[in-house]
Write a protein that binds this ligand. Sequence first.
Ligand code: FAD
Ligand code: FES
Length: 266
Amino acid sequence: MSKRVIAKVISQEEISPRHFKMVIDAPEVAKEAKIGQFIHLKWVAKLNEHDPLLRRPISLNEIDQEAGTITIIYRAIGRGTQLLATLKAGDQVDLMGPIGMGFSIPEDTNKFVVVGGGMGIAPLYPVVKKLVELNKEVTVLIGAENKGQLLNLADYEEMDVELKASTVDGSYGYQGFVTEFLDDTLIDADYIYTCGPEVMMEVVQNWVIANDIKGEASLEERMGCGTGACLSCVCKIKVRNESGWDYKKTCIQGPVFPLNEVIFDD
Ligand SMILES: Cc1cc2nc3c(=O)[nH]c(=O)nc-3n(C[C@H](O)[C@H](O)[C@H](O)COP(=O)(O)OP(=O)(O)OC[C@H]3O[C@@H](n4cnc5c(N)ncnc54)[C@H](O)[C@@H]3O)c2cc1C
Ligand code: FES
């Protein structure tokens, strides 16, 4: 169940320009957290200060239940994340979490492919860790603008996974887009997880539908409340009704949905 906690920042590090990794002491959240869930958080200068008013949704990149910590990786792009980036060890964050329906791992399935683009690489790392723990065969496809933005690259290099990475500027791996790996890789997959720009996930979706593979996508919609009350985060998901689709709340019914049911065309 999601809780509101005022938690202490254990460390914050700029891992590449404008990209930050923050470790937070939040045992109550770590205890409940599942892969693919997120936290909704805000910067705290003084308790009960409300600027910015809205919390920001950020995925869990690591969950350490023993240590009672959670780790997030985020890009400082606007006011909320830029304020978060000013925090140091010992400062506090006001967070709600864990939130949402995370990824599932189907039983009796062996070959998994994970496709992440840009900041969408962040929520996929805990899935890969879990799959490796379960001795599954995992191929990780990640793509970003440059090497510094290939999140968790060093972790993947040390794991027992097949790794293919691409960068737009050619600073690491294949020069181009991550979707260009699909031809070689997906046909051999039983199940796929994806997160990243919609245009990328749509290419992955077309592929899995064409090859009759199942999978899950983690969506990023703009969020207000994070509790299912404001409807600002709705997305279109295919269902068997007259219109063929229905609105779902990304915050509490997602952010993870069956990949072949997501409608990306808006
Ligand atoms: C489920 C989920 C998980 C996410 N995980 C990550 C992550 O792990 N790392 C990361 O860097 N980013 C992640 N994002 C995107 C992140 O929430 C936005 O980049 C952030 O809210 C921008 O806030 P800002 O104040 O810096 O920017 P502003 O543009 O000032 O934000 C203004 C408002 O828009 C909302 N907003 C802006 N961009 C987005 C966006 N792309 N998605 C959702 N809401 C947005 C903010 O919540 C805020 O209410 C995630 C988004 C969602 C929905
Ligand atoms: S963010 Fe308010 S309903 Fe989802």
